[in-house]
Design a protein around this ligand. Sequence first.
Ligand code: AMP
Ligand code: MG
Length: 329
Amino acid sequence: MLTQILPIDGSSLRLAKNIIERGGLVAFPTETVYGLGANAFDDDAVKLIYATKGRPSDNPLIVHVHRDYDISALVRDVPDYAKLLAKAFLPGPLTMVYASRGKVSSTVSCGLDTLAVRVPSHEGAQAFLKFVGLPIAAPSANLSKHVSPVTARHVFDDLEGRIELILDGGKCSGGIESTVLDCTGDVPCVLRSGLITRDMIAKVAGECDEYRMVEGERVRSPGMKYKHYSPRCRTALFSYADRMQALALYRQCLSRGERAAIMCDDMTAADMEDAFVLSLGADENAVASNLYDRLREGERVADVLIAVAPLKQDGVMVGVMNRLTKACG
Ligand code: AMP
Ligand code: MG
C-alpha cells in the first residue's frame, strides 16, 4: 500500500472522507499528537486500527468529534460540572469519559459501558471531522509502545505501507496526549494527566480527584497499565538532583565508544558542560511540546539516551513525568 502525506485542502479532505467511508484509516493532526482515525460506527474499521498499530485489544479508543457535534447522541448522564468544563476547555486537549449509549462500535471501548470523547482544537482536525461528518475513533498514530508522533513524518516512519493517507498539519503544538477525565462520578477524576491540569479542572468544577492505580483493583483507564512511549535505544532517567550522575554516565558511554545524548531542559543543560544535549526547552509547555520529538531524535542519533527530569514537578510536568518515566525509567 502506498502511503501519501498530503497538506490539508479540499482534495485531500475528499480523499480522507472516501477512505473513512469505505472502512479505511486516515492519520490526522491534533493539538496533542497525530491520531489514527476510523469511522467509530464501523466495527471492522475500528478493529483495523488495533491490527495496524499492534495495539492490545483491551486498550480503549477515544472518539473525536467536531465542535458542533451533539455528543448527547453518543453518551448520556452528562453531569453539570462536565458542561462547565466543556465550556471552559473545549475544543482542546481534554478527553471526557461518560456513560455510553452504545451507538458506536463496541470495540471502541473494549466492552466497557463508558465512552471517551474528545473535541480537538487543531484547525486541521476540525476541518477533517467536519468534512467527514462522522465520529472518528482514534488512538495515537504510532506503532503500539513506540513514541507518539508529533509530525506527519513520525507517522510515516511508523506506518508507511500500512495506511493510505496522512493529513499533514505541521508539528503538534501540545506535544503530549490529552488529559483523560472520568466524568461518570459526582466529582471529576483525572485518569491520565495532560496539558489541562488537575488544578485547572478543580478551579472550574470545584473539585477534582486523581486516579491512582491500586494493585489488584480493576484498572479504570486500561491504557495506563501498558509500557508506552519507548524510544528504540537504551535509556536512563535521572532526577534533577542527580544530574551530575547523568553527565558521568554520558562520559562513560563515550569512553566505551557508544553514541550518547543527554535530554534535559535548558536549566539543566547549563550544567552539562560540553555534552551533546537534546534540549527540551525552558518552560513546562515547551518541555511537553518537545518531548516526543526529542525522544525520536534520541533513538536516531544515540545508542544511549540519558534523560534528566526537570526540577519542577507540578502542573503540566505531572503529565510530562508520567511519559518520561514510561519512556526512559
Ligand atoms: P491513546 O489514544 O493511545 O492516547 O489512548 C487512549 C487512552 O484513553 C487510554 O489511556 C485509554 O485507557 C483511555 N480511554 C479510552 N476510553 C476510555 C474509557 N471508556 N474509560 C477510561 N479510559 C479510556
Ligand atoms: Mg497512544
